[in-house]
Design a protein around this ligand. Structure first.
Ligand SMILES: *Cc1c(COP(=O)(O)O)cnc(C)c1O
Length: 451
């Protein structure tokens, strides 16, 4: 049996790291092809103006969001999360991995506490629905650009959106964001869910009036069903997680806001004070969009690194081989079974992989066992409760500081710059996990720590 015309042994010969991926080893790969922003930003085909447009749209919707989701009142209807330092966890990681003391400072971006859906999907997923709703409402004469969008919280608006359908395939968190937002606007929304999606997510969606269809197979089948539903029905909009520009732009808006938060915390970011950002990657839209936004804002001073489970290293495989979405982890016999819900993706977005190929510094994999250990350690040291996926960024600082692939030289990371660096773990989810489920995660992590 061959894979894109080559035997598995031939792949191992041309791309030796695949052998480690297949063996489910934890690996790091620092991209030899990174290029300066001045050269590579054009690969994306989107600009700062596109991100500013998305940001302005979110501001227009803020009065509506604030009204329908009162938990966003403090931020005026802007869906945003905070940052905080992780001093105790950093000290512990330093001991555990004998890190240099002058390695910079570890911080957390708490997307786990984003309002409405408790994960990073509250950025892209919700943005895409708002964009679609605005397009329909403007075309249908329901809304003018300078209206107070709080008028969308009305029976008239809900009846208008009720003529339209939304479909999405999801392992869970995307479905939550799309489902809750669409249902509150009044859309008829169907979430096609894969077998690995958690029961509580399905229950929560149904409680919001969302139609949930369950499949016995994985994510790609659920996505395919969502697509089929949309194709046969012109009133149906299918959210395409793999290729959606709107999702991507919704995520990218995070960067401008982060800039303000870092400044408020007195954290400098420039070439002498590098910022490393560790982003858990599933299909790639979330981390890709955030990384694109960060590159627009911080240029070559920011270094974005993607983290994936050892059982689902689809983006690493796609970029490393330069085959992108032509290859899936299953082609190599990797099973794509992981407790990291949002990251259980076997085939990466070809759009994101190609667009961001020269802008991402590296990729690494983490075992499920380590995700659970880190989950328990995060809770013990910092009192923060995350879902397994959201821990994938934690080992990033260790991977960067201990790398031996010539990466430090490639990016000019001297000892002085290392000491001034900020390492930001993007904690992508966990805020909505029910307490009993969270206790089970913690128990598993504590048990693994004792072995
Ligand atoms: C979806 C998700 C991600 C990754 O986003 P992609 O766009 O799929 O790459 C990371 N963490 C969590 C918790 C998620 O739900």
């Amino acid at each position: 049996m061959t894979i894109l015309g080559k035997s598995q042994e031939q792949w191992y010969a041309s791309h030796p790291l695949i052998r480690d991926l297949v063996a489910l080893k934890e690996i790091s790969w620092f991209n030899p092809a990174i290029a300066p922003v001045a050269e590579a930003l054009g690969d994306v085909g989107l600009t700062a103006a596109d991100v500013a447009d998305a940001s302005a749209r979110l501001s227009r919707f803020a009065p509506y969001i604030m009204r329908v989701f009162p938990e966003t009142a403090a931020s005026g209807g802007i869906i945003e999360s905070g940052i905080r330092p992780l001093p105790v966890l950093q000290a512990l990681l330093g001991q555990r991995h004998s890190l240099p003391e002058q390695g910079g400072t570890l911080w957390l971006k708490a997307d786990c506490h984003l309002p409405i859906s408790g994960s990073i999907k509250a950025r892209g997923g919700i943005y895409e629905i708002l964009k679609h709703a605005e397009d329909l409402a403007l075309a249908g004469g329901l809304l003018q650009l300078d209206d107070d969008y709080a008028v969308l919280d009305s029976d008239e608006a809900r009846a208008f959106f009720g003529q339209y359908k939304i479909a999405v395939g999801s392992t869970g968190n995307l479905g939550l964001s799309i489902g809750i937002m669409s249902a509150s606007l009044g859309f008829q929304v169907t979430v096609h869910m894969s077998a690995d999606a958690r029961q509580w997510k399905k229950d929560k969606l149904r409680s919001h009036g969302v139609t949930v269809v369950e499949y016995a197979s994985d994510y790609s089948v659920a996505v395919e069903e969502g697509r089929k539903q949309a194709e046969s029905d012109p009133s149906c909009h299918c959210v395409d997680d793999e290729n959606s520009i709107n999702l991507f732009l919704g995520y990218a808006v995070a960067a401008q806001r982060l800039k303000g938060q870092l400044a408020a915390a007195d954290i400098r970011v420039d070439v002498e004070h590098p910022l490393f950002v560790y982003l858990p990657c599933g299909v790639g839209g979330g981390p890709g969009g955030v990384a694109f936004g960060l590159k627009l804002i911080f240029g070559d001073a920011v270094h974005c690194i993607f983290a994936e489970p050892t059982h689902s290293p689809c983006m690493l495989l796609g970029v490393y081989t330069d085959e992108h979405d032509a290859l899936s982890v299953q082609d190599f016999g990797i099973d794509n079974i992981t407790a990291a819900d949002g990251l259980a993706v076997g085939r990466a977005s070809g759009f994101v992989g190609r667009a961001m190929q020269r802008l991402l510094d590296g990729y690494y994999t983490v075992s499920d066992e380590e995700l659970f250990r880190l989950l328990a350690l995060m809770e013990r040291t910092e009192g923060i409760r995350l879902e397994p996926s959201a821990l994938a960024g934690v080992p990033g600082m260790v991977r960067v500081l201990s790398e031996r692939q010539g990466y430090h030289a490639r990016i000019g990371l001297s000892a002085e710059r290392q000491a001034r660096a900020t390492h930001l773990v993007w904690a992508t989810g966990g805020g909505m996990v029910p307490p009993d489920e969270m206790e089970a995660y913690l128990a598993r992590g504590r048990e693994l720590l004792q072995d």
